[in-house]
Design a binder for this molecule. Structure first.
Ligand SMILES: Cc1cc2nc3c(=O)[nH]c(=O)nc-3n(C[C@H](O)[C@H](O)[C@H](O)COP(=O)(O)OP(=O)(O)OC[C@H]3O[C@@H](n4cnc5c(N)ncnc54)[C@H](O)[C@@H]3O)c2cc1C
Length: 353
C-alpha cells in the first residue's frame, strides 16, 4: 500500500486498457476509485482466442490494484452529474470526484437481426459454446484487423467451415505486401474470402455469423451528461486528454477522440489506449497536486496481427499509421505478435508496482 499523502480524488470509469492504466498512474499521488462491474481485467485483444479455443483472457483486478491502494467499485456507472461532480452506479451509490477519467471503451456496432445466429467479439464466450455444438458453416463479417484475426483463428481451431466477407478489400490499413500475405494465409486455412460484398446478418446463408464490422464508442453516459462528442461519437479532448467542454473530465481509450501531433487522430486500439490512459491518469492527478499536465505524444510504429497460432503479420507503419513496404511474415511474426500482447499485461503489472 502506498502510504504517502494523496492529493484529491480521481474517479476512473472502466477497467480496460485505458482506464486501468489511468487508475494505476493517477494513484501515485491521488486517491483513486475505479468503477467497473467486473472483478477482472479482460484482455480484449485476445477475444478471438477465447472464441476459438476457450483461452482464459482475464486477470483478477484486486492484486493489480492493491499496492497502489486503488479502491474498486464493482458496479456499472449509470449517470454522471457534471455540476455536482458525482457519478451514480447501479448499486444505488454516488461517487464524488475532483477529476473524472472516462474510459468506458467501445463495442461492436449492433448489426441488428438477432436471430440467435449472430455473435460479436463481445459475445466470444457464447460463440465458443455455440461452436462446440458444430461443426457447421460460419461467416465472419468485416475485413479489418479484428475480422482477419477472428477468421484465421476460427478456421485453424474450430473445425467449422469459415468464410470472411467484407465490403471493401481485406486489411485496408495494410500495405500491398501485407495484404497479399493475409490473403495467402487465409487461403491456406481454407477461409472463403469475399471482398467487395456488403451483407447484413439476414443475407448470410450460414449457421453462425460473427459480426466484427466497425466499433462504436461507449459514450452514452458522456452524451447524456452533456460532454461534447465528435461526429464519430467519441469525447472530444485537447492534447492533455481533457474534455474540451468540461476540463475536470479526462477521457482515454476507445471512448476518447485522442490525437497527437505526429499520429493525428488516434484509432481505437489497445496500442493507443495504454499511452492515453497513462497520460490521462497522470494529468488528472498532477492537476490536483499542483503538478504540470503534459500533452500526449504518440507515434505509431507497427500493426501486428495473428493469423492463427502459427502465422502472423507485422506491418511497419509510419508515425501517422500509414503502411510502409516493410513486413515480417510467418512464425516469426506470430511470435512477435504474441510477445506484444504479453507486454500489454506486463506494462500494466509494472504500473501496479
Ligand atoms: C478481437 C479483438 C482483437 C483486437 N486486437 C487488437 C490488437 O491486436 N491491437 C490493438 O491495439 N487493439 C486491438 N483490439 C482493440 C482493443 O481491444 C480496444 O481498442 C481496447 O480494448 C480499448 O481499450 P479501452 O480501455 O478503451 O476499452 P475496453 O478494453 O473495452 O474496456 C472498457 C471497460 O469499461 C467497462 N465498462 C463498460 N461500461 C461500463 C459502465 N457503464 N460502468 C463501468 N464500467 C464499464 C468494461 O467492463 C471494460 O472493462 C482488438 C479488439 C478485439 C475485439
Amino acid at each position: 500500500m502506498n502510504t504517502t499523502a494523496k492529493s484529491g480524488r480521481v474517479l476512473v470509469l472502466g477497467a480496460g486498457y485505458g482506464g486501468l492504466m489511468a487508475a494505476l498512474r493517477a494513484a501515485d499521488t491521488a486517491a483513486v476509485t475505479l468503477v467497473d462491474p467486473s472483478s477482472d481485467f479482460t484482455e480484449r485483444v485476445r477475444g478471438h482466442e477465447l472464441a476459438a479455443g476457450g483461452t482464459r483472457i482475464t486477470h483478477e483486478l484486486a492484486p493489480l490494484l492493491r499496492r497502489k491502494g486503488v479502491t474498486h467499485v464493482a458496479a456499472r456507472a449509470t449517470g454522471i452529474d457534471l455540476d455536482s461532480r458525482t457519478v451514480r452506479t447501479d448499486d444505488g451509490a454516488e461517487h464524488p470526484y475532483d477529476r473524472l477519467v472516462y474510459a468506458l471503451g467501445s463495442r461492436t456496432r449492433d448489426p441488428g437481426g438477432h436471430d440467435g445466429r449472430v455473435f460479436t467479439p463481445e459475445t466470444a464466450t457464447y460463440l465458443h459454446k455455440r461452436l462446440a455444438d458444430g461443426p457447421g458453416r460460419l461467416v465472419v463479417v468485416g475485413g479489418g484487423l479484428t475480422g482477419i484475426e477472428t477468421a484465421a483463428e476460427l478456421a485453424e481451431r474450430s473445425g467449422w467451415r469459415v468464410g470472411l466477407t467484407t465490403a471493401g478489400e481485406v486489411g485496408p490499413s495494410l500495405s500491398g505486401k501485407g495484404r497479399a500475405h493475409v490473403r495467402d494465409v487465409l487461403g491456406r486455412l481454407g477461409v472463403d474470402l469475399r471482398e467487395g460484398a456488403e451483407v447484413t446478418p439476414a443475407d448470410a446463408d450460414t449457421d453462425v455469423v460473427v459480426w466484427t464490422a466497425s466499433m462504436s464508442p461507449a459514450t452514452e453516459l458522456a452524451s447524456r451528461a452533456g460532454l461534447t462528442l465528435g461526429a464519430d461519437g467519441r469525447i472530444v479532448v485537447d492534447e492533455y486528454l481533457r474534455s474540451v467542454s468540461h476540463p475536470d473530465v479526462y477521457a482515454a481509450g476507445d471512448a476518447a477522440a485522442a490525437w497527437s501531433p505526429d499520429a493525428g487522430a488516434l484509432r481505437m486500439a489497445c496500442a493507443t489506449a495504454l499511452p492515453a490512459g497513462t497520460r490521462a491518469g497522470r494529468n488528472a492527478a498532477a492537476e490536483l497536486s499542483g503538478g504540470r499536465a503534459r500533452p500526449l505524444r504518440y507515434r505509431y510504429q507497427l500493426q501486428c496481427l495473428s493469423l492463427g497460432r502459427h502465422d502472423g503479420l507485422v506491418q511497419r507503419v509510419r508515425g501517422d499509421d500509414s503502411p510502409t513496404d516493410l513486413v515480417v511474415r510467418g512464425r516469426l511474426a506470430a511470435t512477435v505478435k504474441e510477445q506484444i500482447v504479453l507486454s500489454t499485461v506486463r506494462v500494466l503489472r509494472m504500473a501496479a508496482r
